[in-house]
Design a protein around this ligand. Structure first.
Ligand SMILES: [Zn+2]
Length: 302
């Protein structure tokens, strides 16, 4: 009997230790690729209303189909400014991993692209400039371009930030507010450093990178409002701009973004025609790992 008691206690202790490590390490490692868009890697909790990763993949694929909200006004004002959208800046992703490769621009390639922009008279304008232009029709400089990096990966700090400083370009980092403790994302001190450089405008990419049309109204509100508050408090600046995770939005999402006080919000719908009536679901142009300097140049003039 005593023997079984001992075995029982030992099982309890080992079980407890295992579940502790599982909690601890699962958090640590499972978040590394959370928003890689590689859906099989998406955690259970990220899937939310969708019942499986396959559903999520279908969902993401169908987003662009319903991205167009038909809101047109008579006094629409249009500017043509490419809003470039980057994700990872890193080497060593094999082209066979198509999605990761697509979302990863190599370090030397980013250097070439930024060198091209700076040597050919492109002006990296701010989101405030764009807002003033769309709303108050303030003229923009010729060859205006906006550079955005989504998600706030640590490789932005390690690989992109030095190149941004080298060419003295202005960029936007759309950051996922709740990710400051994850190893693959920028920490608060990194965010403060890039913000203090005066070259990087840190703005919101929500709190948790959920599909905003697929979560409850309460969660949706929290993702949009709290990310703004959190970054404003942490960085001591106004957060006026938002990028929707996966480019996913609908009328309800847009109305919440407006209510929260965002001046502009960005989708992933392709194009460089920006329209004042679409100020809360603006187009962007993805820069892909498959881009050559030639295709990159073409994206600037489309
Ligand atoms: Zn994202």
């Amino acid at each position: 009997m005593k023997f079984f008691k001992k075995v029982f206690v030992a099982v309890l202790i080992v079980g407890g230790l295992l579940s502790f490590f599982k909690e601890f390490y699962w958090e640590e490692f499972s978040n590394v690729n959370i928003i890689e868009l590689s859906t099989e890697k998406v955690r259970e909790s990220q899937i939310l209303a969708t019942s499986s990763a396959i559903n999520l993949a279908r969902e993401v694929a169908s987003i662009s189909a319903r991205q167009k909200l038909e809101i047109k006004t008579e006094n629409d004002f249009v500017v043509h400014v490419p809003v470039l959208m980057y994700h990872y800046v890193r080497d060593a992703v094999p082209p066979t991993e198509e999605l990761s490769y697509h979302l990863s621009v190599k370090v030397a390639e980013l250097d070439r692209q930024f060198e091209y922009l700076s040597k050919n008279g492109f002006q990296t304008i701010s989101l405030n400039d764009l807002y003033e232009s769309l709303v108050n029709r303030t003229p923009l400089p010729p060859k205006s371009v906006i550079i955005t990096f989504d998600d706030g990966y640590r490789d932005f700090y390690q690989n992109a930030f030095p190149i941004i400083k080298k060419y003295n370009l202005r960029v936007v980092s759309f950051y996922v507010g709740n990710y400051t403790n994850y190893p693959n994302y920028m920490s608060w001190s990194m965010l403060k450093e890039i913000h203090n450089s005066g070259l990087v405008d840190v703005q919101s990419h929500t709190l948790s990178h959920f599909l905003l049309t697929k979560i409850s109204p309460d969660e949706r509100r929290r993702e949009i409002f709290e990310s703004k508050r959190l970054l404003e408090e942490g960085l001591g600046k106004k957060i006026n701009y938002l990028a929707y995770p996966y480019g996913d939005y609908n009328e309800e999402v847009v109305n919440l973004a407006r209510e929260a006080g965002y001046r502009l919000a960005f989708s992933t719908r392709p194009g460089n025609t920006l329209t004042s009536s679409e100020q809360l679901f603006l187009n962007r142009v993805v820069v892909s790992g498959f881009d050559t300097l030639e295709t990159f140049k073409a994206k600037l003039s489309k």
